[in-house]
Design a protein around this ligand. Structure first.
Ligand code: HEC
Length: 155
């Protein structure tokens, strides 16, 4: 079994399918901007219907909620590697990432962790929620976005 898995992995490597994963550890600063902007856009897209449900503008649906929550949680885990050193506003074109991200790295990580925790909490609760309960989750998730943007994103 193990041997079979190894040979599958070797096959994928040869095909270049896992090249992305192998390279992620040293993502180039120039490549990281599109990577993280794409993730942030997807994050905002996934949050949209959740906010809509909290406001009563989108029909409340626990399955959708569970899906959106787990998608956002997955994205939050993918974001950390999108901030290699040398990719701040001023170092690469088009970024709004403040250099403080790399100066206060532990605090930046904590702010990213707040997003992970808030989206995990929604994922854990989804299925048992009613529309009235959603507001506090939206506030926690939205608060984690704002908490990081206020400190680490240029306008
Ligand atoms: C840990 C910090 C952090 C958290 C948490 C965070 N953001 Fe951001 N966000 C940033 C930074 C830094 C940028 C600027 C990236 C750049 O331009 O290099 C950004 C940029 C963005 C952008 C612009 C992307 C683009 O195309 O330029 C959007 C949209 C966005 N964030 C949405 C969100 C939403 C929605 C949440 C919460 C669900 C969130 N962010 C949480 C740090 C964060």
């Amino acid at each position: 079994m193990r041997k079979a898995l190894l040979s599958i992995a070797a096959g994928l490597c040869a095909a270049g399918i896992v090249a992305g994963a192998a390279m992620a550890a040293d993502m180039k600063p120039d490549d990281s901007l599109k990577y993280r902007q794409g993730l942030f856009k997807a994050l905002a897209w996934q949050l949209g219907p959740v906010v809509g449900m909290a406001k009563g503008e989108v029909p409340f649906n626990n399955e959708q909620l569970a899906l959106r929550a787990s998608n956002m949680n997955a994205i939050s885990k993918m974001l950390a590697e999108g901030f290699p050193k040398g990719s701040a506003d001023g170092e690469i074109a088009g970024s709004k990432a403040k250099p403080e991200i790399w100066i206060s790295a532990a605090d930046f990580e904590a702010k990213l962790m707040a997003l992970q925790t808030a989206t995990a909490a929604l994922a854990a609760d989804a299925g048992k929620l009613s529309q009235g309960d959603l507001g506090k989750h939206v506030a926690a998730i939205g608060g984690s976005c704002k908490g990081c943007h206020d400190s680490y994103r240029n306008r």
